[in-house]
Design a protein around this ligand. Structure first.
Ligand code: G3D
Length: 185
């Protein structure tokens, strides 16, 4: 059973919620999604382009779109297309990749200033992943480097995670569930 089964169950037959799962390549998105994926999730389509792919899968009430934001600026138009329909964002960071933290911040800022995201109170869940790696930055440090305190107009939350063991994911899912509940009442 994936961690999102509970959330999907709670949502029942209500309208579908689209979750975007974003981050640089190698941050752990696929690993996290595999932990979260409800057991009955069905792959919708994978759009393979040279050097870029978008994975979509859905359950009765949750639909996920997963893609890398890194090193593929020329594909930006492709992925930005999905921003409009996203109602919640999971942004994954490799806390052990100090060198690319600045790139992660650039991509986050570009996302936050995008016209389809900027003026919406869309909840953003940050997973500061790979906490098990020696010398990984703490979630507080990651939060500082990404300047998350500057995000004033959207609810956000950061969790330290070890996606390999599945640690920390539940806390994030619980938070996201609360946000989605609020959104829908
Ligand atoms: P992506 O989908 O964002 O590109 P992946 O990232 O989920 O494919 O993960 C990239 C690599 O990081 C994988 O290793 C994966 O096992 C590893 N990884 C993911 N999460 C964690 C974590 O929390 N801790 C550690 N130590 N490793 C993690 P490989 O070797 O398969 O490339």
């Amino acid at each position: 059973m994936g961690l999102f089964d509970k959330l999907a169950g709670w949502l029942g037959l209500k309208k579908e919620v689209n979750v975007l799962c974003l981050g640089l390549d190698n941050s752990g998105k696929t690993t996290i999604i595999n932990q979260l994926k409800p057991s009955n999730a069905q792959a919708q389509d994978i759009v393979p382009t040279i050097g870029f792919s978008i994975e979509k899968f859905k359950t009765s009430s949750l639909s996920f779109t997963v893609f890398d934001m890194s090193g593929q600026g020329r594909y930006r138009n492709l992925w930005e297309h999905y921003y409009k329909e996203g109602q919640a964002i999971i942004f994954v960071i490799d806390s052990a990749d100090k060198l690319r933290m600045v790139v992660a911040k650039e991509e986050l800022d570009t996302l936050l200033y995008h016209p389809d995201i900027k003026h919406r109170r869309i909840p953003i869940l940050f997973f500061a992943n790979k906490m098990d790696v020696r010398d990984a930055l703490s979630s507080v440090k990651v939060s500082q480097l990404l300047c998350l305190e500057n995000i004033k107009d959207k609810p956000w939350h950061i969790c330290a995670t070890d996606a390999l063991k599945g640690e920390g994911l539940q806390e994030g899912v619980d938070w996201l569930q609360d946000q989605i509940k609020t959104m829908r009442t």
